[in-house]
Design a protein around this ligand. Sequence first.
Ligand code: NAP
Length: 247
Amino acid sequence: MSLQGKVALVTGGGRGIGRAICLVFARKGADVIVADLDPALARQVAAEVEALGRRALAVEMNVAEEASVDQAAAQAAAWQGRVDIWVNNAGIGSRAMLHEMTAEQWDRVIAVNLRGAFLGTRAAARIMMPQNSGRIINMSSRAGKGGSFGHCSYGSSKAGMVGLTKSTARELGKYNITANAIQPGFIATELTKNLDTSITTPEQRVLPRPGRPEDVAYAAAYLASDEAEWITGITLEVTGGTGMFAG
Ligand code: NAP
């Protein structure tokens, strides 16, 4: 699979899974727009992409803010005149039992994860519809299938992203734009480093080794490739098998 000649944008590309997606895409030949809340992180990853011999653009983007997404999307589209692949990867969590969760905690997670994916998808659609081609990839989670104990806003946002993905696939299929979701299982990153695993359901391990950000990035590269042009509206589990037991 090659992404040679493609231009890809990855939100939350500054670290973790998003960074791995930027680097795997670059190794497969794509030029990459690294979009992140933290411009310094975005610049660091952009430099790593350039070190792999590809072109890179670092853009500051707060996925929860309409103006920020639209401004960054305009910058991205102007860079090489098109965007072929858009990955809505940025996401946050917030830990609280449902009966103790504040409305503000709920709103913040929904704003970044679900509203952010909507704003990103809308911006991508406006660029890709005139191109008559494109790939939109949404980073859902295993929590979107099986819920999330102690993180109901997170699980709800990730399930919502599946509905967004399918709706997008239905509306944009006629423009040769595919929309697919990925549901990773547990991957060690900043996001999960403070997770209290004592309150979560123990993972039923199938494959022995833990998941890595690159495992998710390879799945994204496949969905972004020309070889996946007849795949849309799906949710691809990257869980080392634990996804079989969720839901
Ligand atoms: P991470 O290490 O925390 O990285 C998330 C990135 O998103 C950070 O660079 C962060 O920037 C950025 N970000 C946060 N809020 C943002 C916003 N409002 N606008 C733009 N960028 C923002 O997390 P990760 O583990 O790589 O997770 C990436 C995605 O995979 C998330 O959607 C997550 O829900 C999903 N996922 C992760 C796992 C897992 O086990 N790790 C499992 C399933 C799904 P800052 O550094 O500036 O905050």
